[in-house]
Design a protein around this ligand. Structure first.
Ligand code: NAP
Length: 292
């Protein structure tokens, strides 16, 4: 078997086109230009690249972005004040704090200071709670990207066993919460899954992953998922983005797993581009909510 490649780049381009049309309909009707503020603290090179690509993506769909840079020596209190100002600024619809923050800063306090209404990453406890209850305000970007690609390739998740490797607050846990719902806004086919979440303490990971109809790897461990861990005909989603010998590699041994799986997302060109597209979607949603 050679797996069908699920093209995240093309899916993200289609999503961006839809968002761009919606933005122009909104602004043509007199709505303000949706605006995202990105807070970048310090000089982390990867963070600078991510923030720049988010800014570029905003421009491509007709949205505005405001980059706020602060030196690595900035204190937690200074960032809290900055966020209070951004929360109060009616021209800013969405706020993202680029992670990781420098080690001297209390990241949790800073993230908690983003207004839930402008929390386009969907990290705020209030937004997490709404998602768990099945009535999300914003869908978290990476899990939302995963749902979008599966929906657009017309998979049916009802009753399927989805195994997620990784329990982070950014990927594993919110994805599990979305898949468990009766309907999360993609139609009933994209919900109602049976979900198992694995982590570093899970016993006999391979025995669990081999039972997956859909296997999502989000552990941040290069090529953790080998072919013997995948059931013949499974759908494999690789969220991992790991630098290895100056190359970007996923959490899945792509070549070998492609011989077993029915479908697979590549790295790069899989989930990565979708994450940014969903950030744009949330910024537009935020702007509409704030100007309803
Ligand atoms: P994280 O916060 O480091 O969480 C990793 C999770 O994987 C943890 O729950 C950890 O278990 C688990 N884990 C680690 N090693 C394991 C092993 N050997 N067996 C089973 N579970 C294991 O990472 P994250 O932020 O979720 O990111 C995961 C990966 O996705 C990274 O490569 C990241 O770069 C990538 N990512 C990509 C996108 C995108 O847009 N494509 C977005 C976000 C993240 P414990 O909880 O027990 O430690």
């Amino acid at each position: 078997m050679t797996a069908r490649v699920l093209d995240g780049k093309a899916t993200a381009a289609a999503l961006r086109e839809e968002i761009a049309s919606e933005v122009s309909r909104w602004t043509d009707a007199g709505g303000p230009v949706p605006t995202l503020a990105a807070v970048l603290v310090g000089e982390d090179p990867a963070s600078q690249i991510y923030v720049r690509s988010k800014e570029r993506a905003c421009g491509k769909v007709g949205m505005a972005s405001r980059l706020i840079r602060r030196p690595a020596e900035t204190t937690t209190d200074e960032l809290l004040q900055l966020l209070a100002d951004l929360n109060a600024d009616s021209q800013i619809n969405g706020i993202l704090v680029q992670l990781p923050l420098p080690s001297g800063i209390d990241s949790q306090r800073v993230l908690d200071a983003v207004s839930p209404l402008k929390d386009v990453d969907a990290f705020a406890p209030e937004n997490v709670g709404l998602l768990v209850q099945g009535r999300p305000r914003y869908l978290p970007c990476t899990p939302h990207g995963i749902m979008q690609i599966l929906a657009r390739y017309e998979f049916d998740l009802v009753g399927e066993h989805v195994v997620i490797v990784g329990r982070s607050n950014i990927v594993g846990k919110p994805l599990a919460n979305m898949l468990l719902q009766r309907d999360i806004g993609f139609g009933a086919k994209m919900a109602n899954a049976t979900v198992t979440v694995c982590h570093s303490q899970s016993r006999d990971l391979a025995a669990i992953t081999r039972t997956a109809d859909v296997l999502v790897a989000a552990a941040g461990r290069p090529r953790l998922i080998t072919a013997d861990m995948v059931k013949m005909g499974a759908v494999v989603v690789d969220v991992g983005m790991n630098r290895s010998e100056d190359k970007l590699v996923g959490d899945v041994d792509y070549q070998a797993v492609s011989e077993v799986a029915a479908a697979i997302t590549p790295v790069p060109g899989g989930i990565g581009p979708l994450t940014i597209a969903m950030l744009l979607r949330n910024t537009l949603t935020a702007c509409k909510h704030q100007n309803a």
